[in-house]
Write a protein that binds this ligand. Sequence first.
Ligand SMILES: [Zn+2]
Ligand SMILES: [Zn+2]
Length: 124
Amino acid sequence: MAKTFRGNEYLGIRIPTIFTEADARRCAGCGGHIDERPFRVSIMDIVSTESPVWADQQPRLNPGPHQFHDNPACVRAWMARHGYLACRHSGIREIMRPVAIPGDPPRLGLCDGLHRDAHEFVPA
Ligand SMILES: [Zn+2]
Ligand SMILES: [Zn+2]
């Protein structure tokens, strides 16, 4: 019997998933490989229909989950690259709510929605 197992077949049985994909875990923020448990962020669907006029003009949103290092800086880097604003009262959590911000072009702010006072959006 071979000492090392390098194929995707063992004793004539195909085992297509025995090797994990090397690039399966890339941080969406810094692009680095994630060794530890990834921190996943999902963006909730926009349920508010308060602004139907420009709802169609909102930037396309990938709800995720997006994978990051367990580091808020990675999530903020990703937000900044996509032009999302961050609420100053919000932490980085696994579920973020998108808040449409009217303007030209309209932008999206992300907030965990756990505070009661008004949002304060700043560049991530
Ligand atoms: Zn990262
Ligand atoms: Zn907020």
